[in-house]
Design a protein. Structure first.
Length: 285
């Protein structure tokens, strides 16, 4: 993951800053959306002053990316004001955009403060089973999907990889962290938080309808992704991702999430709309 997020600066120059990157190898050959989101953030970060920090991104997934090919990132320095900087990053493959994002950065300023409280009825990650290890033990071919990825997860109440066992409700929580320490750079921690924010935000929509990821013919694709960073936090320590879905209709579902530190500090908020296609509901088309 760290290698993928370490973009190369290109000597090519237009009116925009150009960076290049590679992708994780993926089982289905498609670029993971959280990866291209995090890479786009890294590219935008490289063009902003050190004293300005990312506070929001709004992005659209335009086309499926090919994980076997490189990605070019073009950053447009839209505006630098007294307190805020705005950047647009577009990710291209073979000259065609696959992802487009606008990000905003701000100086550290004093101001009013409040936050939504973290739920108090969530088991600690140590009290939850490592279901991914059990799945790999039963299905060794799944090792690359579950254990070779750079983050580990603990679902509350349980994962929906193979079945929805804990009721058809439109909410869940997930403990998540990277598998090892990644240093102290706060910008890297922000980018990795974006990376992991796309892993499970779709699941409250599926859980509400009893749809496991293994449902035959199920098709899910991220359409857009918005994220707001409220306070600094570390992703190499357990953080809690509380998720819900307020609506699904017309083949689309909305997922919303809040990310907390283990101590209950609200670190970030997330919203994503996805396309969901279920064969039984659309005649197999």
């Amino acid at each position: 993951m760290l290698t993928v997020l370490d973009l190369a600066a290109s000597e090519a120059r237009t009116s925009e800053d150009i960076f290049t990157g590679i992708s994780h190898a993926m089982p289905l050959g498609r670029v993971y959306g959280g990866q291209v989101l995090a890479q786009s953030i890294v590219a935008a970060d490289r063009t902003t002053p050190d004293d300005r920090h990312l506070h929001s991104t709004h992005g659209y997934f335009l086309r499926p990316g090919d994980a076997s090919k490189g990605i070019t990132f073009a950053v447009d320095r839209i505006h630098d004001g007294r307190s805020f900087s705005t950047r647009r990053t577009q990710a291209f493959q073979e000259g065609v955009p696959i992802f487009s994002m606008i990000a905003s950065f701000q100086d550290t300023d004093p101001g009013i403060e409040h936050q939504a409280a973290m739920p108090t009825d969530i088991p600690s990650p140590e009290d939850l089973p490592d279901v991914e290890q059990a799945i790999v033990a039963a299905h060794p071919a799944s090792k690359r999907l579950f254990l070779d990825r750079p983050v580990e997860l603990r679902h509350v109440p349980s994962p929906i990889y193979l079945a929805v066992d804990s009721g058809h409700v439109a909410h869940q929580a997930v403990w998540v962290r990277t598998r090892r320490r990644i240093g102290d750079d706060p910008r890297l921690h922000q980018a990795v938080m974006a990376y992991l924010s796309d892993l499970t935000i779709q699941e409250p929509i599926l859980r509400a309808h009893g749809l496991a990821w293994s449902t035959p013919g199920l098709k899910v694709a991220s359409l857009d992704h918005a994220m707001w960073w409220h306070r600094p936090g570390r992703v190499d320590e357990w953080i809690l991702y509380v998720q819900e879905s307020p609506s699904a209709r017309g083949g689309r579902g909305l997922g919303q999430g809040r990310i907390y530190s283990r101590e209950g500090v609200l670190l970030a908020s997330v919203a994503q709309e996805i396309m969901v296609r279920v064969p039984d509901l659309i005649g197999g088309r």
